[in-house]
Write a new protein. Structure first.
Length: 95
């Protein structure tokens, strides 16, 4: 951030991080082992579109506790990769 309040983005570093994330996602053999989660209304559509085009699973809206830990429930899932859109709001699935 500059003194006059303008935020500066390093496009090269952003591109490197995107390529790293893409390599991690591609390394998963079965796309159904990837789950994208979003509780924020603005990113729910992006999560649904990502799941639609990649074959991954999505959880848009409220996350149900026990989805990854309670094997008795009908909604039990065991992902190999968890993609979270907002770590502050979606902290429960991560912890």
């Amino acid at each position: 951030r500059r003194v006059d309040g303008v935020h500066i983005l390093n496009v090269g570093k952003t591109w490197e991080k995107l390529m790293l994330a893409a390599r991690i996602i591609v390394a998963i053999e079965n796309p159904e082992d990837v789950i994208a989660i979003s509780a924020r209304p603005y990113s729910q559509r992006a999560v649904l579109k990502f799941a639609q085009y990649t074959g991954a699973q999505s959880i848009a809206g409220r996350f149900t506790p026990g989805t990854f830990t309670n094997q008795i429930t009908r909604q039990y899932r065991e992902p190999r990769l968890l993609i979270v859109t907002d770590p502050l709001l979606d902290h429960q699935p991560v912890s």
